[in-house]
Design a protein around this ligand. Sequence first.
Ligand code: ZN
Ligand code: ZN
Length: 314
Amino acid sequence: METSLQDRLFNLIPPAMIMIVLGFWAFGPRPLVDHPWTLTVTSPLIVIAVLLLEAVHERHAGWRMNKQEFMTDLYYLVLSATVIAWLTQKLAEEPLVAIKASLGLNTAWAGDLPWLVQVALVIFLIEFGQYWMHRLMHNWTPFWLTHAPHHHITQLNAAKGAVGNPIELFLISLSVVALFDFDKTAIFAALNTMGVISVFAHANVRADPPIWYSFFFTTIRHHSLHHSTDYESTRCNYGNSLILLDRIFGTYREGEGVLVGQDDRKRLTIWEQTLFPFAPMIEKYRARRAASEPGPAGPANDPDRDVAGAKAAA
Ligand SMILES: [Zn+2]
Ligand SMILES: [Zn+2]
């Protein structure tokens, strides 16, 4: 099939956006790149830009944005930028910095590295942690129960990477970057670069970047396969932004998914996504209560009844 000029241009937009992000944090006006709120603006700007691209060059009509999806995605974007970010700061990053200080660790060398090396290192450190956390989530039921809501999404869009159970969103945000004295702008450039990659990896945009991009970075092809409805297809391509890690650790698989979701593609509400990890406990409690009450045995009294989340990656 011949690729149109428009397709070819769109295929280059993800790498072009990374160049813009790097250029901004490297050469942008000092007062702007040093301002503490700039990252809070650039991160949603990336999502908005890709959402606009969805509107003009969509990948699948079945993934088209609607009001319900938009409101859910928006809720999670705000939750991640506020509650989850605050929890990560208080429960992970500040304790890490305190441990580092009490041990007298000096990592000033990190900030002396060439700027682009720092960006690459930050990406690698964060992605390495996320890769193994993601694999753990697919291989151990308690962790799967926090990750399963993300796999219940029934369509892919720019902000879908932010949709998931709050416990998962917290776990996936953990990293050891706070232990190193990297240049702040290098950290922000890394976060926005991963933002561009993972937003495109979830987006309904017809953009298939060239191999010099997709060899290293996760694309919608890799990640839509991971979101497929069948169990086997979800057992690959764990890299959030660095698909290179799947190539290194033997979990890379070629392919693409169109139908995405779990459990007969049932769409979960925000409430169901939030309670999901506790569903087995709630079911057990209900079954026990029903069993202790006199009356005929019904499906609600059967403790073996399939509970939401029982379809763990066991
Ligand atoms: Zn997954
Ligand atoms: Zn995903």
